[in-house]
Ligand binder design. Structure first.
Ligand SMILES: Cc1cc2nc3c(=O)[nH]c(=O)nc-3n(C[C@H](O)[C@H](O)[C@H](O)COP(=O)(O)OP(=O)(O)OC[C@H]3O[C@@H](n4cnc5c(N)ncnc54)[C@H](O)[C@@H]3O)c2cc1C
Ligand code: FES
Length: 250
């Protein structure tokens, strides 16, 4: 992990309320799929955690939804050439074994972004089946990246594009045909809970990337603690954000 001052290359709207920010680092930085960065936004003491979507040596892209003041300032104040303070790479990331050849990725909302990095990392060596959920047609983005896999099903809550329903429902309609060796997922907690119920008893290793409010992002403040099913706690920033689905209380 290091703290760097990066240079913004591009920061643009790519879908309704969604921005894509690409910055350049001075040295190439290795980032594993599922790892995240903490972005320092001018005027805010706490950095904002955002998953890495693409990492290409010195070029790193993150995508973010306009949520509160921090992400809105990020969108309005950081244009090409601006400097931005970044802590990276953070967290454990996804890990798929050599034997796990068929990989299902199930994402919803901003949870699709770390999964884009997983699709990019594994598209050449694995068969990727992607089930990605959006609010509506206007929210769909990064489709060209998600199409790198063997199959892509886009789901929308209102049916304005693709499958009408959630990405978990779309996945469960295909699970017996696809027979995934492993599932990687990220999205809002109700979505992950639905996935946990749906895959329960099927004996498929399933890894979820969690979103928790964060302070430091490096394991020091315990703001991001989550409950484990064994009664203990874990730090989402340092021990996660990726956990085996049976390990965490959702
Ligand atoms: C590991 C990780 C990866 C993430 N990846 C992405 C991503 O790829 N794209 C994306 O759009 N969002 C992502 N998020 C959520 C993102 O961090 C929040 O939407 C963002 O911090 C909101 O900041 P704000 O100032 O606009 O909102 P405010 O609500 O004003 O934020 C107030 C405080 O709460 C924290 N906060 C608010 N919502 C969240 C949240 N959902 N998760 C964590 N902290 C939050 C903020 O960081 C800030 O410290 C991720 C969160 C985590 C933990
Ligand atoms: S955010 Fe400080 S320990 Fe995780």
């Amino acid at each position: 992990m290091c703290e760097i001052i990066a240079t913004v290359l591009e920061n643009k709207s790519i879908a309704e309320e969604i921005f894509s920010l690409t910055f350049a680092t001075e040295e190439p930085i290795a980032v594993r799929a599922g790892q995240f960065v903490m972005l320092g936004v001018d005027g805010f003491p706490l950095r904002r955690p955002i998953a890495v979507c693409k990492a290409e040596k010195e070029r790193i892209t993150v995508c973010y939804r306009l949520k509160g003041e921090g992400t809105r300032r990020l969108a309005s104040r950081y244009s090409r050439g601006e400097k931005i303070s970044v802590l990276l790479p953070l967290g454990n990331g996804f890990f798929v074994t050599e034997q796990e050849k068929r990989v299902a990725v199930v994402g919803g909302g901003v949870g699709i972004f770390p999964l884009v990095s997983a699709i990019r990392e594994y598209a050449e060596s694995k068969e990727i089946y992607a089930y990605m959920g959006f609010r509506n047609r206007a929210a769909i983005c990064m489709q060209y990246e998600m199409q790198r896999g063997k199959e892509l099903v886009i789901a929308t809550d209102d049916g304005s594009a693709g499958y009408r329903g959630t990405s978990v429902q779309a996945f469960m309609e295909n699970i017996d045909r696809v027979k995934p060796h492993v599932v990687l997922a990220c999205g809002p907690t109700p979505m992950l809970r639905a996935l946990k119920n749906a895959v329960s008893g099927r004996n498929i290793p399933t890894y979820v990337s969690l979103e928790e409010r964060m302070g430091c992002g490096v394991g020091a403040c315990l703001v991001c603690a989550c409950n484990l099913t064994n009664g203990l706690h874990a730090r989402v920033c340092k021990d996660g954000p990726v956990f085996e689905i049976g390990e965490v209380t959702l």
